[in-house]
Design a protein around this ligand. Structure first.
Ligand code: EPZ
Length: 433
C-alpha cells in the first residue's frame, strides 16, 4: 500500500494542469453499453476508478482500446457483444458508481443484473431512487443473493417513457435514468434532476450518439426515446473537483498557482468562497485561473449543496484551509451523513475542530505539526495532503490508494509546483496485457 511523505512549508508556485473529470468519465464509459458501435472518449483520467470501470465493462464482454503516449487519455469502448451483462460483486464492492450500468444494460438488453452496492465510508448511499425510476418505466425489479435484477416485460421488450420526480436530487440517479430513457418507448420527463456539469457532459455525449434530450443542466430533463444509438467520439470535461483542490493548495500554502486546463465556469461556488476567505483569485480565461495568497486567510462558513452550490466533494479540502484561517468557520455537510472522517486526522495534526451533527466548527489559525495520518476516502485524503503541505515537519499519509481513485499522479503534479511530497511503494502495477 502506497504512502505519501510530505515535508510542509513550501508555497506552491507555477502552473498545474487539471485532468479529465472522473465523475464524467464513469457515466460516459457506461453509456457505451447503449450502442453496438464503438465510442471513443478523450481526456479520460488515468485513475484507479477508471481502471475499475474498464474491468467492469470488459467483464461484461466489452472490447476496450487505450490510447498510448500523447493519446493516453483516449479510450475506445465497443459493447457489440455483451456476453455476460452482469455487474459482479467483486468489482461493484470496490466502486459504487458501478451501479451506473443498471440503466444502460436494461435499456439495451431488456435485462440487468447488478450487485447491490454495500455501505460506503461517507454514508449509506442507497440506490432506491434509481430502482424506483426504472419501475416507473416498466421494469420489474427483484433482489436475491445480494444482486438486483431488473427486467422489462418480455411482451413489450423495452422500457417505456414516464413522468419521474426525484424525491431527492441525485447525480448518478439522474444519469442512470437518463441512460435508461434514451432508448425507451416514448417521452420521459424527469423533474428535480441533478444539475451537475457531469450530467450535462453525459447528456452531450448521448446527443452525439443520436439521443433526443432537452434541459440537461436544469431541474427538468425531457427525453424522447429512440430505437437505436450510434457510435461517437467525445471529449469529457475537466475535473472541477481536482481544479478546486489545486486552488485550495495554492491558497493554503501562501503560493501563486495557475490552474490550467480546467473549466472556470464550473468553479463559481469554490472561487467565491476562496475570495471570501481572503485569497486573491483571478480568472485568466475559460480554462485557466490563478490563485494567490500573500496575506492572512479569514474564517468563512460553508454549507454543502447540490450544484451550483458549494460541492460536498470540496468540503474536506475547504476544512483544511479553514484550519489556517483567522477566526471560527462553520462547515455544514448537507449531502452525506458521514463525511467528517478527515476531522480526527486533522485534529491529530493539531487542528481545532469540533463536530456536532452535520456541522463542524473549525477554530483557526492552528499551527499544524506533522503526524502519521490515514486516508479514509477520496476527498478526505486530499484534505490530509493539503494540511501536510503547511504542517511543520514530515507527515506520513497512509492508504493513499483512496486518493489514487480520483486524482491522477497527484504527487508528481504537486512536486511540479514546488511541493515536497514523496510516494513510497509502487503506484500502479504494470498494466495487465
Ligand atoms: C455523485 O455520487 C458523485 N459520484 C459523488 O462524488 C458526489 O459526492 C455526489 O454525487 C454528490 O455530488 C459520482 O458521480 C460517481 P447522489 P452519487 O446520488 O450520485 C441520497 C467523489 O468524491 N440518495 O447525488 O452517489 C444519497 O445517499 C464522489 O468523487 C438516496 O437516498 O450521490 C445522498 O445522501 C463521492 N437514494 C444524496 O442522495 C438514491 O437512490 C446525494 O447522493 C440516490 C441517492
Amino acid at each position: 500500500m502506497d504512502t505519501f511523505v510530505v515535508q510542509g512549508g513550501n508555497p506552491l508556485v507555477g502552473t498545474i494542469r487539471v485532468s479529465g473529470a472522473k465523475n464524467s468519465a464513469l457515466p460516459c464509459m457506461a453509456a457505451a453499453i447503449l450502442t453496438e458501435e464503438p465510442i471513443t472518449l478523450e481526456n479520460i483520467p488515468q485513475v484507479r476508478d477508471i481502471s475499475t470501470e474498464r474491468r467492469l465493462l470488459q467483464s461484461m464482454g466489452a472490447e476496450i482500446e487505450l490510447g498510448e503516449g500523447a493519446a493516453l487519455g483516449r479510450t475506445t469502448i465497443c459493447c457489440r457483444n455483451l456476453s455476460d451483462p452482469v455487474a459482479k460483486y467483486e468489482i461493484v464492492k470496490t466502486m459504487r458508481a458501478s451501479s451506473l450500468v443498471l440503466g444502460p444494460l436494461i435499456a439495451r438488453t431488456g435485462m440487468a443484473r447488478v450487485a447491490m452496492p454495500g455501505g460506503c465510508a461517507i454514508g449509506g448511499r442507497p440506490i432506491d431512487l434509481h430502482l424506483k425510476g426504472l419501475e416507473q418505466m416498466g421494469a420489474t425489479i427483484t433482489q436475491d443473493h445480494g444482486y438486483i435484477e431488473a427486467r422489462v416485460n418480455p411482451q413489450v421488450g423495452r422500457l417505456h417513457g414516464a413522468e419521474l420526480v426525484f424525491d431527492k436530487i441525485t447525480v448518478t440517479g439522474t444519469e442512470d435514468l437518463l441512460m435508461a430513457a434514451v432508448l425507451a418507448d416514448g417521452e420521459t420527463v424527469m423533474e428535480n434532476c441533478a444539475r451537475e456539469p457531469e450530467v450535462v457532459d453525459l447528456a452531450a455525449l448521448l446527443v452525439t450518439m443520436g439521443a433526443n434530450i432537452e434541459g440537461a443542466g436544469t431541474a427538468t430533463i425531457r427525453v424522447s426515446g429512440v430505437n437505436k444509438l450510434r457510435g461517437a467520439r467525445y471529449r469529457i470535461n475537466p475535473d472541477r473537483i481536482e481544479a478546486g483542490t489545486f486552488l485550495i493548495a495554492g491558497a493554503i500554502t501562501g503560493g501563486d498557482l495557475i490552474v490550467s486546463h480546467c473549466n472556470t465556469s464550473h468553479l463559481g461556488a469554490v472561487i467565491t468562497k476562496l475570495r471570501e476567505a481572503g485569497a486573491r483569485v483571478d480568472i485568466l480565461g475559460p480554462d485557466t485561473v490563478r490563485v494567490r495568497n500573500h496575506g492572512k486567510l479569514i474564517a468563512a462558513d460553508i454549507s454543502t449543496e447540490e450544484y451550483p452550490g458549494f460541492p460536498t466533494d470540496m468540503q474536506a479540502q475547504y476544512m483544511a484551509l479553514a484550519t489556517q484561517a483567522e477566526g471560527t468557520s462553520l462547515v455544514r455537510e448537507n449531502i452525506f451523513e458521514n463525511r467528517f472522517m478527515h476531522v480526527q486526522e486533522l485534529v491529530r495534526m493539531g487542528a481545532g475542530i469540533k463536530v456536532d451533527g452535520k456541522t463542524a466548527t473549525v477554530i483557526g489559525p492552528a499551527r499544524l505539526s506533522a503526524a502519521a495520518v490515514m486516508c479514509s476516502d477520496l476527498r478526505a485524503s486530499a484534505s490530509l495532503v493539503l494540511a501536510a503541505l503547511v504542517a511543520e515537519g514530515e507527515t506520513i499519509i497512509d492508504r493513499v490508494y483512496h486518493m489514487d481513485r480520483g486524482y491522477e499522479q497527484i504527487d508528481e503534479k504537486l512536486r511540479g509546483v514546488g511541493a515536497q511530497i514523496q510516494r513510497l511503494g509502487n503506484l500502479f502495477p504494470p498494466r495487465a496485457a
